[in-house]
Design a protein around this ligand. Structure first.
Ligand SMILES: [Fe+2]
Ligand SMILES: [Fe+2]
Length: 276
């Protein structure tokens, strides 16, 4: 096991279908990377050929977003559906962080780039398990309900463009998580579900870091290329992201993550007529 490169390990995570198993492998590889870094003999990053899409369990059934049934959050079934959607997002996030590692092993990035995404992947693995534990405590499980297909689209679209990947995944999609998580925590607070609140608070705190890693390496790459980060961000989000950004924004947490208002507001103001 010790001879494997980081990108080979990333592919192992991506090609494992089962959620609990995938996150266990993810955690073990993250620990091996950190141990090697701490010993002063970093693991080789290497290069690999990741699959275009990660392996997925047979359940949940993946449906187009418009076909996923909506349930009212004021009911226990509605809260289970909400947590099920979060579990699905977390599982995709595990794969997204390993995918950026697997796909961009030869991008000439400093080791700190891999440190950050390995840490993020380990945190997403924890998030997935925290949410699955809550679902199981509530009498459900990940796979019991249908989930959104298409969550991997941003990854496919940016499979050959590291700057585009950073703009769309951590700086748009994960930043959106910062906007909506406080409202979600409020739903569970109203229901008095303390353990779920605790899990969501962990997720909320750690997601700021993932957006910050995105912003940090996006700016670093722009600096290396002599490009203006704000202009590049606008260009890439318009190119790869389908639709406008949705206010209200969590200005405070976005600032903490290094995302200034002049990055995201101009992309929200182009809001086309809302479809569906
Ligand atoms: Fe997460
Ligand atoms: Fe994340």
């Amino acid at each position: 096991m010790s001879g494997k490169t980081l990108t080979e390990r990333a592919v192992e995570v991506l090609t494992c279908a089962d959620g609990r198993e995938k996150t266990a492998i993810s955690k073990a590889h993250a620990e091996a990377w950190v141990a090697a870094r701490d010993s002063g003999k970093p693991m080789e990053v290497g290069t690999a050929s990741p699959p275009l899409r990660p392996a997925r369990p047979e359940k949940p059934e993946l449906l187009a977003p418009r076909d996923v049934p909506r349930r009212r959050p004021g009911t226990p079934a509605g809260r289970i559906a909400l947590l099920h959607a979060v579990a699905h997002i977390e599982l995709n996030a595990v794969d997204l962080h390993w995918d950026i590692i697997a796909r961009f092993g030869d991008a000439g990035m400093p080791l700190g780039f891999y440190d950050d995404w390995v840490k993020a992947a380990a945190e997403e693995s924890k998030h997935f398990n925290l949410v699955c534990d809550r679902l199981e405590a509530m009498g459900s499980f990940y796979g019991a309900l249908p989930a959104h297909a298409g969550m991997w689209r941003a990854a496919e679209d940016t499979a050959a463009d590291l700057l585009g990947r950073l703009a769309v995944v951590p700086m748009v999609l994960e930043a959106r998580g910062l906007d909506v998580t406080p409202g979600m925590i409020e739903i569970f607070r109203k229901a008095g579900e303390t353990e779920t609140i605790a899990a969501l608070e962990v997720i909320y705190a750690e997601e700021v870091g993932h957006v910050a890693y995105g912003s940090k390496w996006f700016n670093w790459l722009c600096g290396r290329a002599g490009a203006d980060p704000k202009d590049e961000f606008h260009r890439l989000v318009r190119h790869y992201f389908h639709g406008a950004l949705k206010p209200p924004f969590n200005e405070e947490k976005r600032a903490e993550a290094g995302l200034p208002p002049d990055f995201y507001w101009p992309l929200a103001e182009e809001t086309p007529v809302k479809a569906g």
